[in-house]
Write a protein that binds this ligand. Sequence first.
Ligand code: NAD
Ligand code: PPY
Length: 350
Amino acid sequence: MEELLQEWDGEFVVCRYDDRTGARLFVAVHSTRLGPAAGGTRLKAYPKAADGARDACRLAAAMTLKMAVAGLPMGGGKSVLALPPDAAALSPIERRHLLTTHARTLEALHGTYWTGPDVGTASADMDVLRETTRHAFGASTAYGGSGSSAPDTAVGVFYGIQASLRHCFGSADLAGRRVLVQGVGAVGWRLVELLHQSGAHVIVADVAFDRVERLYESLDVEVVAPASVIGTVCDVYAPCAMGGVLDARTIPALRCRVVAGAANNPLSEPADADLLRERGILYAPDYVINGGGAIHLIGYETLGWSAGQVAEHLRGIGSTLVEIYERAEKESVSTATAAEQLAAARLAGA
Ligand code: NAD
Ligand code: PPY
């Protein structure tokens, strides 16, 4: 915790305890420089409550960069509802209780922070939050929300993969390209469909074997075991599960040319971007390529955009990546550094 306090440069963190589930609730507001902070609510078990707080702070900082790079008038924040490590699956009543406790915190923040879905939560959970607070994006349309942001996140990642292929191989054509999607959940599943439609050879892995099985039955995909992902030969590795998959141990074992996926914080530490660069692997910074969810939620629910305007901004993810790749080459820095420079310029201009 001491280390976290020293390294985090955000505005504030709210912490609350839910006695019914034993969960610790954290809301981390990293920056309100560009507007009210926004970022999803992550619900999962953590070994220690402090791990949940660290996740909330790191993810909130990435949201600040995501909003800045996407040109959205919002700041960065994130919530973590950290269940105890040995927690049994929540009953519907416990889940509702936990979400309502969270909603009371959001209400107390008076719109300084707006939430939305993240790993472990979905539109149905935002519907529950909306019963107590209006500061939740991504509720179902029946509750006045814009529904799941995951399909648009996948569309943004798809454009990002095309831009990365163009930069690496001189052509964005996916036909015959080997793309490995790690995690076929809400985002990964849709991404697989888009890649498949474009003629890519799609390889999938997921710890939830029933999902892989269903996908395998409906589309012509290759399946690899979750433990074999890192060493699998492919053109593009698209991490679409949890963060922290790339580090000093896994990067030397990668056998891909591009890393471009939806997962937030796939790098274990900032220096990992340099390791990728040294290996000649093109890295699409996470908060740039996965900005489609934020574009969907903020575009529809705050900015009143039409579907056409949202689509145009999703396509913009590809152009932003091209700008970042060109800047990285010109200045001989990693793509992560080039993306940070772009975000810093936008934040400074606010
Ligand atoms: P999800 O929970 O629906 O899907 C994640 C999938 O990954 C699940 O099917 C899960 O079984 C699988 N998985 C977990 N650990 C794995 C492992 N070790 N190996 C292989 N598969 C594993 O989540 P999602 O909404 O699809 O989000 C995926 C990632 O994208 C997350 O990191 C999330 O933060 C990020 N993201 C999502 C959105 C969005 O709009 N949903 C927006 C931006 C970023
Ligand atoms: C993310 O993109 O990582 C999110 O957390 C989704 C989101 C984006 C903007 C507002 C709320 C949730």
